[in-house]
Write a protein that binds this ligand. Structure first.
Ligand code: AMP
Length: 543
Protein backbone atom coordinates (compact mmCIF):
# COMPACT_ATOMS: atom_id res chain seq x y z
CA UNK A 1 0.00 0.00 0.00
CA UNK A 2 1.35 3.42 -0.87
CA UNK A 3 1.25 6.36 1.51
CA UNK A 4 -1.12 9.22 0.82
CA UNK A 5 1.33 12.10 1.07
CA UNK A 6 1.83 14.77 -1.63
CA UNK A 7 4.43 13.97 -4.23
CA UNK A 8 6.02 17.43 -4.19
CA UNK A 9 9.29 17.37 -6.12
CA UNK A 10 12.52 18.35 -4.38
CA UNK A 11 13.84 20.98 -6.77
CA UNK A 12 16.40 23.75 -6.57
CA UNK A 13 13.77 26.22 -7.71
CA UNK A 14 11.74 25.35 -4.61
CA UNK A 15 14.71 26.44 -2.45
CA UNK A 16 14.93 29.93 -3.87
CA UNK A 17 11.14 30.29 -4.02
CA UNK A 18 11.00 29.46 -0.32
CA UNK A 19 13.74 31.98 0.47
CA UNK A 20 11.94 34.69 -1.51
CA UNK A 21 8.55 33.95 0.03
CA UNK A 22 9.60 33.71 3.68
CA UNK A 23 12.99 35.43 3.85
CA UNK A 24 12.60 37.89 1.00
CA UNK A 25 14.28 40.78 2.84
CA UNK A 26 17.30 38.75 3.99
CA UNK A 27 20.51 40.11 2.50
CA UNK A 28 23.01 38.69 0.06
CA UNK A 29 26.20 40.76 0.21
CA UNK A 30 29.07 40.51 -2.27
CA UNK A 31 32.52 41.99 -2.55
CA UNK A 32 32.19 42.47 -6.30
CA UNK A 33 35.01 41.57 -8.64
CA UNK A 34 34.91 45.18 -9.86
CA UNK A 35 35.56 46.34 -6.28
CA UNK A 36 32.55 47.87 -4.47
CA UNK A 37 30.34 45.97 -2.03
CA UNK A 38 27.09 44.86 -3.70
CA UNK A 39 24.09 44.41 -1.46
CA UNK A 40 20.62 43.11 -2.24
CA UNK A 41 18.03 40.63 -0.93
CA UNK A 42 16.75 37.17 -1.81
CA UNK A 43 13.68 38.88 -3.31
CA UNK A 44 15.90 41.09 -5.51
CA UNK A 45 18.01 38.13 -6.54
CA UNK A 46 15.00 36.21 -7.81
CA UNK A 47 14.08 39.01 -10.19
CA UNK A 48 17.54 38.87 -11.73
CA UNK A 49 17.43 35.05 -11.75
CA UNK A 50 14.26 35.28 -13.87
CA UNK A 51 15.90 37.79 -16.24
CA UNK A 52 18.96 35.57 -16.52
CA UNK A 53 16.86 32.52 -17.39
CA UNK A 54 15.22 34.49 -20.21
CA UNK A 55 18.64 35.60 -21.45
CA UNK A 56 19.92 32.01 -21.35
CA UNK A 57 16.93 30.80 -23.30
CA UNK A 58 17.68 33.58 -25.80
CA UNK A 59 21.20 32.19 -26.18
CA UNK A 60 19.68 28.83 -27.07
CA UNK A 61 20.05 27.10 -23.69
CA UNK A 62 17.42 24.42 -23.17
CA UNK A 63 16.78 21.55 -20.77
CA UNK A 64 19.82 19.33 -20.24
CA UNK A 65 22.28 21.82 -21.79
CA UNK A 66 25.43 22.59 -19.88
CA UNK A 67 26.31 26.16 -18.92
CA UNK A 68 29.85 26.63 -17.62
CA UNK A 69 31.10 29.11 -15.03
CA UNK A 70 34.66 30.18 -14.26
CA UNK A 71 33.83 32.44 -11.39
CA UNK A 72 34.37 33.60 -7.82
CA UNK A 73 31.76 33.56 -5.07
CA UNK A 74 29.50 36.46 -6.06
CA UNK A 75 25.82 37.31 -6.41
CA UNK A 76 26.07 36.84 -10.19
CA UNK A 77 27.39 33.32 -9.68
CA UNK A 78 24.56 32.72 -7.20
CA UNK A 79 22.06 33.89 -9.84
CA UNK A 80 23.55 31.43 -12.32
CA UNK A 81 23.21 28.54 -9.85
CA UNK A 82 19.46 29.10 -9.63
CA UNK A 83 18.66 30.33 -13.16
CA UNK A 84 20.49 27.54 -14.97
CA UNK A 85 19.24 24.67 -12.77
CA UNK A 86 15.78 26.20 -12.43
CA UNK A 87 15.22 26.17 -16.19
CA UNK A 88 16.27 22.50 -16.37
CA UNK A 89 19.78 23.13 -17.68
CA UNK A 90 22.99 22.10 -15.87
CA UNK A 91 25.20 24.57 -14.03
CA UNK A 92 28.74 23.41 -14.68
CA UNK A 93 31.24 25.05 -12.34
CA UNK A 94 34.89 24.91 -13.44
CA UNK A 95 37.89 25.46 -11.21
CA UNK A 96 39.87 28.25 -12.95
CA UNK A 97 43.03 27.16 -11.16
CA UNK A 98 43.23 23.93 -13.14
CA UNK A 99 45.83 23.60 -15.89
CA UNK A 100 44.76 24.96 -19.29
CA UNK A 101 44.71 21.44 -20.76
CA UNK A 102 42.39 20.23 -18.03
CA UNK A 103 40.01 23.17 -18.50
CA UNK A 104 39.96 22.57 -22.27
CA UNK A 105 39.25 18.88 -21.65
CA UNK A 106 36.46 19.64 -19.17
CA UNK A 107 34.74 22.27 -21.39
CA UNK A 108 34.72 19.90 -24.34
CA UNK A 109 33.82 16.77 -22.39
CA UNK A 110 30.85 18.61 -20.90
CA UNK A 111 30.02 20.23 -24.27
CA UNK A 112 29.23 23.56 -22.63
CA UNK A 113 26.92 25.74 -24.69
CA UNK A 114 27.53 29.02 -22.88
CA UNK A 115 30.56 29.89 -20.73
CA UNK A 116 30.28 32.57 -18.03
CA UNK A 117 33.59 34.00 -16.91
CA UNK A 118 34.63 36.53 -14.26
CA UNK A 119 36.88 39.44 -15.26
CA UNK A 120 39.79 37.85 -13.39
CA UNK A 121 39.62 34.67 -15.45
CA UNK A 122 39.18 36.19 -18.93
CA UNK A 123 42.90 35.54 -19.67
CA UNK A 124 42.38 31.85 -18.72
CA UNK A 125 39.71 31.57 -21.40
CA UNK A 126 41.63 33.71 -23.93
CA UNK A 127 44.47 31.19 -23.77
CA UNK A 128 41.97 28.51 -24.81
CA UNK A 129 40.14 30.45 -27.46
CA UNK A 130 40.87 27.86 -30.19
CA UNK A 131 39.86 24.97 -27.96
CA UNK A 132 36.41 26.02 -26.78
CA UNK A 133 33.45 23.74 -27.60
CA UNK A 134 32.19 24.46 -31.13
CA UNK A 135 29.62 27.26 -31.10
CA UNK A 136 30.01 28.06 -27.39
CA UNK A 137 29.09 31.65 -26.46
CA UNK A 138 31.07 33.48 -23.82
CA UNK A 139 29.53 35.91 -21.31
CA UNK A 140 31.81 38.06 -19.18
CA UNK A 141 30.37 38.56 -15.71
CA UNK A 142 30.37 42.34 -15.60
CA UNK A 143 28.63 45.40 -17.08
CA UNK A 144 29.28 47.36 -20.28
CA UNK A 145 31.40 49.89 -18.41
CA UNK A 146 33.86 47.26 -17.16
CA UNK A 147 33.98 45.11 -20.32
CA UNK A 148 37.62 44.41 -21.17
CA UNK A 149 39.17 44.40 -24.61
CA UNK A 150 39.23 40.71 -25.39
CA UNK A 151 40.22 38.31 -28.13
CA UNK A 152 37.25 36.10 -27.31
CA UNK A 153 34.98 36.39 -30.35
CA UNK A 154 31.47 37.65 -29.69
CA UNK A 155 31.94 37.99 -25.92
CA UNK A 156 28.86 39.45 -24.22
CA UNK A 157 28.46 41.36 -20.95
CA UNK A 158 26.33 39.77 -18.19
CA UNK A 159 24.42 42.96 -17.42
CA UNK A 160 23.78 43.60 -21.12
CA UNK A 161 22.20 40.22 -21.74
CA UNK A 162 19.82 40.42 -18.78
CA UNK A 163 19.10 44.16 -18.88
CA UNK A 164 15.97 44.21 -21.04
CA UNK A 165 14.58 40.81 -20.02
CA UNK A 166 11.40 40.23 -18.01
CA UNK A 167 11.67 39.25 -14.33
CA UNK A 168 9.03 36.51 -14.43
CA UNK A 169 10.20 33.27 -15.96
CA UNK A 170 7.86 30.33 -16.63
CA UNK A 171 9.87 27.87 -14.53
CA UNK A 172 9.26 24.29 -15.75
CA UNK A 173 7.89 21.67 -13.35
CA UNK A 174 10.96 19.48 -13.14
CA UNK A 175 11.26 15.89 -12.03
CA UNK A 176 13.43 15.95 -8.91
CA UNK A 177 15.85 13.49 -10.49
CA UNK A 178 16.68 15.98 -13.28
CA UNK A 179 20.41 16.77 -13.46
CA UNK A 180 21.09 20.19 -11.95
CA UNK A 181 24.82 20.82 -11.72
CA UNK A 182 28.13 19.34 -12.73
CA UNK A 183 31.54 19.52 -11.09
CA UNK A 184 34.67 17.70 -12.24
CA UNK A 185 36.84 16.19 -9.57
CA UNK A 186 40.49 16.54 -10.39
CA UNK A 187 42.51 13.65 -9.11
CA UNK A 188 46.27 13.67 -9.38
CA UNK A 189 46.24 11.24 -12.31
CA UNK A 190 44.10 10.81 -15.41
CA UNK A 191 41.46 13.13 -16.80
CA UNK A 192 39.08 14.99 -14.48
CA UNK A 193 35.84 13.08 -13.85
CA UNK A 194 32.41 14.71 -13.90
CA UNK A 195 30.06 14.40 -10.94
CA UNK A 196 26.50 15.14 -12.05
CA UNK A 197 24.26 16.25 -9.17
CA UNK A 198 20.46 16.21 -9.32
CA UNK A 199 17.81 18.53 -7.90
CA UNK A 200 16.85 15.84 -5.41
CA UNK A 201 20.42 15.13 -4.28
CA UNK A 202 21.02 18.86 -3.85
CA UNK A 203 17.90 19.41 -1.73
CA UNK A 204 18.56 16.36 0.46
CA UNK A 205 22.17 17.47 0.90
CA UNK A 206 20.96 20.94 1.90
CA UNK A 207 18.78 19.42 4.61
CA UNK A 208 21.76 17.53 5.98
CA UNK A 209 23.81 20.74 5.86
CA UNK A 210 21.13 22.61 7.83
CA UNK A 211 20.71 19.79 10.39
CA UNK A 212 22.05 20.49 13.88
CA UNK A 213 24.66 17.76 13.62
CA UNK A 214 25.47 18.84 10.06
CA UNK A 215 26.59 22.47 9.69
CA UNK A 216 23.49 23.76 11.53
CA UNK A 217 22.81 26.55 9.02
CA UNK A 218 19.75 28.51 10.17
CA UNK A 219 17.87 31.79 9.70
CA UNK A 220 19.93 33.19 12.60
CA UNK A 221 23.10 32.82 10.56
CA UNK A 222 25.10 35.11 8.33
CA UNK A 223 27.24 32.72 6.32
CA UNK A 224 30.44 33.58 4.48
CA UNK A 225 31.47 30.67 2.26
CA UNK A 226 35.18 31.07 1.65
CA UNK A 227 35.20 27.69 -0.06
CA UNK A 228 34.79 28.56 -3.74
CA UNK A 229 31.56 28.09 -5.65
CA UNK A 230 33.72 26.31 -8.25
CA UNK A 231 34.64 23.63 -5.70
CA UNK A 232 31.69 21.31 -5.02
CA UNK A 233 29.21 24.20 -5.14
CA UNK A 234 30.89 25.93 -2.17
CA UNK A 235 30.08 22.79 -0.20
CA UNK A 236 26.44 23.31 -1.13
CA UNK A 237 26.16 26.40 1.08
CA UNK A 238 24.33 28.67 -1.40
CA UNK A 239 21.52 26.08 -1.56
CA UNK A 240 21.52 25.41 2.20
CA UNK A 241 21.41 29.14 2.96
CA UNK A 242 18.38 29.55 0.68
CA UNK A 243 16.73 26.61 2.45
CA UNK A 244 17.42 28.16 5.86
CA UNK A 245 16.88 31.78 4.87
CA UNK A 246 20.38 32.62 6.13
CA UNK A 247 22.16 35.83 5.16
CA UNK A 248 24.82 35.13 2.54
CA UNK A 249 28.14 36.95 2.26
CA UNK A 250 30.24 36.39 -0.86
CA UNK A 251 33.93 37.31 -0.78
CA UNK A 252 34.43 37.66 -4.56
CA UNK A 253 38.09 37.64 -5.50
CA UNK A 254 39.22 38.82 -2.04
CA UNK A 255 40.37 35.52 -0.56
CA UNK A 256 43.38 36.83 1.38
CA UNK A 257 43.34 37.00 5.18
CA UNK A 258 42.80 40.77 5.32
CA UNK A 259 39.86 40.87 2.88
CA UNK A 260 38.13 37.86 4.45
CA UNK A 261 38.59 39.29 7.97
CA UNK A 262 37.17 42.65 6.90
CA UNK A 263 34.06 41.09 5.41
CA UNK A 264 33.54 38.73 8.36
CA UNK A 265 33.68 41.72 10.71
CA UNK A 266 31.72 44.26 8.64
CA UNK A 267 28.88 41.89 7.76
CA UNK A 268 28.67 40.19 11.16
CA UNK A 269 29.29 36.68 9.83
CA UNK A 270 28.28 34.01 12.35
CA UNK A 271 29.64 31.13 10.32
CA UNK A 272 32.25 30.53 7.68
CA UNK A 273 33.64 27.51 5.85
CA UNK A 274 36.86 26.75 4.03
CA UNK A 275 40.08 24.75 3.78
CA UNK A 276 42.86 24.91 6.40
CA UNK A 277 45.20 26.96 4.14
CA UNK A 278 42.70 29.84 4.08
CA UNK A 279 42.22 29.71 7.83
CA UNK A 280 45.95 29.71 8.47
CA UNK A 281 46.13 32.99 6.48
CA UNK A 282 43.16 34.43 8.36
CA UNK A 283 44.51 33.49 11.79
CA UNK A 284 47.90 35.04 10.94
CA UNK A 285 46.20 38.25 9.80
CA UNK A 286 43.89 38.48 12.85
CA UNK A 287 46.88 38.16 15.13
CA UNK A 288 48.97 40.69 13.23
CA UNK A 289 46.22 43.28 12.84
CA UNK A 290 44.53 42.67 16.20
CA UNK A 291 41.11 42.27 14.52
CA UNK A 292 38.23 40.94 16.66
CA UNK A 293 35.32 38.92 15.27
CA UNK A 294 32.81 38.92 18.15
CA UNK A 295 29.90 37.65 16.03
CA UNK A 296 31.72 34.70 14.52
CA UNK A 297 30.36 31.58 16.24
CA UNK A 298 31.79 28.75 14.19
CA UNK A 299 34.16 27.96 11.40
CA UNK A 300 33.86 24.78 9.37
CA UNK A 301 37.15 23.34 8.20
CA UNK A 302 37.44 20.56 5.63
CA UNK A 303 39.14 19.59 2.40
CA UNK A 304 42.29 18.65 4.30
CA UNK A 305 42.77 17.56 7.89
CA UNK A 306 42.54 20.30 10.51
CA UNK A 307 45.46 20.32 12.95
CA UNK A 308 44.62 20.46 16.66
CA UNK A 309 46.63 23.69 16.90
CA UNK A 310 44.14 25.34 14.48
CA UNK A 311 41.10 24.25 16.51
CA UNK A 312 42.75 25.70 19.61
CA UNK A 313 43.79 28.93 17.89
CA UNK A 314 40.20 29.58 16.77
CA UNK A 315 38.80 28.89 20.18
CA UNK A 316 41.43 30.68 22.26
CA UNK A 317 42.29 33.62 20.00
CA UNK A 318 39.05 34.22 18.07
CA UNK A 319 36.39 32.78 20.37
CA UNK A 320 34.84 30.75 17.55
CA UNK A 321 34.18 27.03 17.51
CA UNK A 322 36.28 25.26 14.89
CA UNK A 323 34.41 22.27 13.47
CA UNK A 324 36.15 19.61 11.42
CA UNK A 325 34.24 18.09 8.49
CA UNK A 326 35.04 15.69 5.68
CA UNK A 327 33.62 15.04 2.27
CA UNK A 328 34.40 14.89 -1.41
CA UNK A 329 33.17 16.18 -4.76
CA UNK A 330 31.53 12.80 -5.33
CA UNK A 331 29.51 13.34 -2.11
CA UNK A 332 28.10 16.84 -2.79
CA UNK A 333 30.38 17.00 -0.54
CA UNK A 334 29.14 16.52 3.05
CA UNK A 335 30.03 13.17 4.64
CA UNK A 336 31.02 13.61 8.29
CA UNK A 337 31.11 16.36 10.90
CA UNK A 338 33.11 16.13 14.14
CA UNK A 339 30.50 17.20 16.68
CA UNK A 340 30.46 15.64 20.10
CA UNK A 341 27.55 13.61 21.50
CA UNK A 342 25.39 14.10 24.56
CA UNK A 343 27.44 11.53 26.49
CA UNK A 344 30.55 13.71 25.96
CA UNK A 345 29.11 17.10 26.84
CA UNK A 346 30.33 17.06 30.44
CA UNK A 347 33.86 16.00 29.52
CA UNK A 348 36.83 18.35 29.69
CA UNK A 349 37.92 19.98 26.39
CA UNK A 350 41.20 18.06 26.71
CA UNK A 351 39.16 14.86 26.39
CA UNK A 352 36.68 15.86 23.71
CA UNK A 353 39.46 17.19 21.49
CA UNK A 354 40.47 13.62 20.65
CA UNK A 355 37.10 13.29 18.87
CA UNK A 356 37.02 16.78 17.43
CA UNK A 357 40.32 16.39 15.58
CA UNK A 358 38.87 13.37 13.79
CA UNK A 359 36.97 13.91 10.52
CA UNK A 360 33.74 13.16 12.36
CA UNK A 361 30.50 11.24 12.45
CA UNK A 362 28.42 10.59 9.34
CA UNK A 363 25.32 12.72 8.94
CA UNK A 364 22.12 10.74 8.32
CA UNK A 365 22.00 9.89 4.62
CA UNK A 366 25.63 8.87 4.46
CA UNK A 367 26.31 5.22 5.15
CA UNK A 368 29.94 4.22 5.49
CA UNK A 369 32.17 1.24 6.10
CA UNK A 370 35.87 0.57 6.15
CA UNK A 371 36.97 -2.29 3.95
CA UNK A 372 39.93 -4.53 4.68
CA UNK A 373 41.50 -7.19 2.48
CA UNK A 374 39.04 -8.57 -0.05
CA UNK A 375 36.56 -5.83 0.82
CA UNK A 376 35.70 -7.39 4.22
CA UNK A 377 34.12 -4.77 6.54
CA UNK A 378 36.41 -3.98 9.49
CA UNK A 379 35.47 -3.36 13.12
CA UNK A 380 34.56 0.11 14.37
CA UNK A 381 37.17 0.03 17.13
CA UNK A 382 39.21 3.12 16.24
CA UNK A 383 42.23 0.97 15.42
CA UNK A 384 41.39 -1.16 12.40
CA UNK A 385 41.91 0.82 9.22
CA UNK A 386 40.92 0.18 5.64
CA UNK A 387 39.51 1.92 2.60
CA UNK A 388 36.53 4.08 3.44
CA UNK A 389 33.50 3.24 1.29
CA UNK A 390 30.28 5.28 1.23
CA UNK A 391 26.78 5.27 -0.19
CA UNK A 392 23.74 7.49 0.00
CA UNK A 393 21.32 9.69 -1.95
CA UNK A 394 23.79 12.57 -2.49
CA UNK A 395 26.72 10.33 -3.41
CA UNK A 396 27.50 9.74 -7.06
CA UNK A 397 26.44 6.42 -8.57
CA UNK A 398 28.66 6.88 -11.65
CA UNK A 399 30.64 9.55 -13.48
CA UNK A 400 29.28 11.79 -16.26
CA UNK A 401 29.70 10.08 -19.62
CA UNK A 402 32.83 8.27 -18.54
CA UNK A 403 32.50 4.49 -18.27
CA UNK A 404 36.25 4.12 -17.79
CA UNK A 405 36.15 6.26 -14.66
CA UNK A 406 33.41 4.04 -13.21
CA UNK A 407 35.61 0.95 -13.42
CA UNK A 408 36.86 0.11 -9.95
CA UNK A 409 35.15 3.16 -8.42
CA UNK A 410 32.50 1.06 -6.64
CA UNK A 411 32.68 -2.13 -4.59
CA UNK A 412 30.50 -5.21 -5.09
CA UNK A 413 27.80 -3.81 -2.79
CA UNK A 414 27.61 -0.56 -4.75
CA UNK A 415 29.52 1.59 -2.22
CA UNK A 416 31.75 4.32 -3.67
CA UNK A 417 35.41 3.66 -2.86
CA UNK A 418 36.73 6.97 -1.56
CA UNK A 419 40.46 6.28 -1.84
CA UNK A 420 40.80 7.45 1.78
CA UNK A 421 42.20 5.05 4.37
CA UNK A 422 40.47 5.49 7.70
CA UNK A 423 39.38 4.15 11.06
CA UNK A 424 35.91 4.38 12.64
CA UNK A 425 35.69 4.31 16.43
CA UNK A 426 33.04 2.86 18.72
CA UNK A 427 31.31 6.27 18.91
CA UNK A 428 31.05 6.38 15.10
CA UNK A 429 33.80 8.98 14.57
CA UNK A 430 35.73 8.42 11.35
CA UNK A 431 39.37 9.42 11.15
CA UNK A 432 41.35 9.59 7.95
CA UNK A 433 44.74 7.98 8.27
CA UNK A 434 45.80 8.95 4.78
CA UNK A 435 44.97 8.95 1.11
CA UNK A 436 45.51 5.36 -0.02
CA UNK A 437 48.24 6.63 -2.35
CA UNK A 438 50.04 8.69 0.29
CA UNK A 439 50.25 6.33 3.24
CA UNK A 440 53.86 5.42 4.04
CA UNK A 441 54.64 1.72 4.32
CA UNK A 442 57.62 1.15 6.58
CA UNK A 443 58.77 -2.31 7.69
CA UNK A 444 55.28 -3.73 7.14
CA UNK A 445 53.66 -0.98 9.26
CA UNK A 446 51.64 1.95 7.95
CA UNK A 447 52.61 5.48 8.88
CA UNK A 448 50.00 8.25 8.58
CA UNK A 449 51.46 11.28 6.81
CA UNK A 450 48.45 13.34 7.98
CA UNK A 451 49.14 12.67 11.66
CA UNK A 452 52.76 13.78 11.32
CA UNK A 453 51.83 16.88 9.31
CA UNK A 454 49.27 17.93 11.90
CA UNK A 455 51.81 17.67 14.68
CA UNK A 456 54.47 19.54 12.67
CA UNK A 457 52.23 22.56 12.00
CA UNK A 458 51.71 22.81 15.75
CA UNK A 459 55.25 24.29 15.89
CA UNK A 460 55.03 28.08 15.96
CA UNK A 461 57.75 28.49 13.30
CA UNK A 462 56.13 26.12 10.80
CA UNK A 463 53.73 27.53 8.20
CA UNK A 464 53.03 24.34 6.26
CA UNK A 465 54.21 20.74 6.39
CA UNK A 466 54.10 17.66 4.19
CA UNK A 467 55.33 14.16 4.84
CA UNK A 468 56.21 11.76 2.02
CA UNK A 469 57.68 8.27 1.86
CA UNK A 470 61.27 7.99 0.62
CA UNK A 471 62.50 4.63 -0.67
CA UNK A 472 64.59 2.77 1.88
CA UNK A 473 66.63 -0.43 1.39
CA UNK A 474 65.75 -1.94 4.72
CA UNK A 475 62.29 -0.58 5.58
CA UNK A 476 60.80 -0.16 2.11
CA UNK A 477 59.90 3.48 2.85
CA UNK A 478 60.75 6.03 5.52
CA UNK A 479 59.04 9.39 6.18
CA UNK A 480 60.63 12.67 5.13
CA UNK A 481 59.18 15.86 6.59
CA UNK A 482 59.14 18.85 4.22
CA UNK A 483 58.57 22.21 5.89
CA UNK A 484 57.68 25.72 4.77
CA UNK A 485 58.91 27.90 7.66
CA UNK A 486 56.73 30.70 8.99
CA UNK A 487 57.59 34.19 7.62
CA UNK A 488 61.07 35.21 8.81
CA UNK A 489 61.64 32.04 10.88
CA UNK A 490 64.33 29.36 10.57
CA UNK A 491 63.42 26.53 12.94
CA UNK A 492 66.04 23.87 13.74
CA UNK A 493 65.25 20.37 12.42
CA UNK A 494 65.83 18.74 15.81
CA UNK A 495 63.51 21.22 17.44
CA UNK A 496 60.73 20.21 15.05
CA UNK A 497 61.41 16.48 15.38
CA UNK A 498 61.23 16.84 19.17
CA UNK A 499 57.50 17.59 18.67
CA UNK A 500 56.88 13.96 17.81
CA UNK A 501 58.46 12.53 20.97
CA UNK A 502 55.90 10.67 23.01
CA UNK A 503 53.10 11.57 20.56
CA UNK A 504 53.70 8.92 17.89
CA UNK A 505 55.46 5.56 17.87
CA UNK A 506 59.24 5.94 17.48
CA UNK A 507 59.17 4.19 14.11
CA UNK A 508 56.82 6.89 12.78
CA UNK A 509 59.15 9.82 13.49
CA UNK A 510 60.50 11.23 10.20
CA UNK A 511 64.12 10.38 9.37
CA UNK A 512 64.87 13.88 8.11
CA UNK A 513 63.51 17.41 7.72
CA UNK A 514 63.90 19.51 4.56
CA UNK A 515 62.96 23.17 4.15
CA UNK A 516 61.35 24.66 1.04
CA UNK A 517 59.93 28.07 0.15
CA UNK A 518 56.60 26.62 -0.91
CA UNK A 519 54.85 23.29 -1.39
CA UNK A 520 53.12 22.26 -4.62
CA UNK A 521 49.31 22.38 -4.37
CA UNK A 522 46.44 20.98 -6.40
CA UNK A 523 43.87 23.34 -7.88
CA UNK A 524 41.72 22.76 -4.79
CA UNK A 525 44.47 23.67 -2.34
CA UNK A 526 45.58 20.20 -1.27
CA UNK A 527 49.28 19.41 -1.12
CA UNK A 528 50.26 17.75 -4.40
CA UNK A 529 52.14 14.76 -3.04
CA UNK A 530 52.83 13.24 -6.47
CA UNK A 531 54.84 16.34 -7.42
CA UNK A 532 56.59 16.45 -4.06
CA UNK A 533 57.58 12.79 -4.38
CA UNK A 534 58.98 13.61 -7.84
CA UNK A 535 60.91 16.58 -6.43
CA UNK A 536 62.49 14.38 -3.76
CA UNK A 537 62.99 11.32 -5.97
CA UNK A 538 66.37 9.73 -5.21
CA UNK A 539 66.69 11.74 -1.96
CA UNK A 540 69.16 10.08 0.35
CA UNK A 541 68.11 9.81 3.96
CA UNK A 542 70.77 10.24 6.64
CA UNK A 543 72.37 7.14 8.21
P1 AMP B 1 37.64 16.93 -3.23
O1 AMP B 1 36.80 16.01 -4.02
O2 AMP B 1 38.55 17.77 -4.05
O3 AMP B 1 36.81 17.74 -2.30
O4 AMP B 1 38.60 16.05 -2.34
C1 AMP B 1 38.10 15.05 -1.50
C2 AMP B 1 39.23 14.47 -0.71
O5 AMP B 1 39.81 15.47 0.12
C3 AMP B 1 38.82 13.38 0.26
O6 AMP B 1 38.68 12.13 -0.38
C4 AMP B 1 39.96 13.42 1.25
O7 AMP B 1 41.10 12.73 0.78
C5 AMP B 1 40.30 14.90 1.32
N1 AMP B 1 39.62 15.52 2.46
C6 AMP B 1 38.46 16.20 2.48
N2 AMP B 1 38.19 16.62 3.73
C7 AMP B 1 39.20 16.19 4.52
C8 AMP B 1 39.48 16.29 5.91
N3 AMP B 1 38.70 16.92 6.76
N4 AMP B 1 40.61 15.67 6.36
C9 AMP B 1 41.44 15.03 5.51
N5 AMP B 1 41.22 14.92 4.20
C10 AMP B 1 40.11 15.48 3.71
Amino acid sequence: MLGKMMDTQLTINSLIEFAVKFHGSTEIVTRSVEGPIHRYTYADSYKRIGKLAHALAGLGVGEGDRVATLAWNTNRHFELYFAVSGMGAICHTINPRLFADQIAYILNHAGDKVIFVDLTFVPVLEALVDRLPVGARVVIMTDAEHMPETQIPGALAFEDIIGAEAEDYPWPALDENTASSLCYSSGTTGNPKGVLYSHRSTVLHSWATCAADGLAVSARDAVLPVVPMFHVNAWGLPYACAMAGAKLIFPGAGMDGKSVAELLADEGATMSAGVPTIWAMLLAHLKEAGVQLPKLERVIVGGSAVPQSMIEAFENDVGAECIHAWGMTEMSPLGTVARIKNSMTGAAPSETIQYRVKQGRPVYGVDMKIAGDGGKPLDHDGDAFGELCVRGPWITGGYFEDDDADKGAFDDDGYLRTGDVSTIDAEGFMQIVDRAKDVIKSGGEWISSIELENLAVGHADVAEAAVIGIEHDKWGERPLLVIVPAKGKAPAPDDILALFDGKVAKMCIPDAVEFVDELPHTATGKILKTKLREDFKGYSLPG
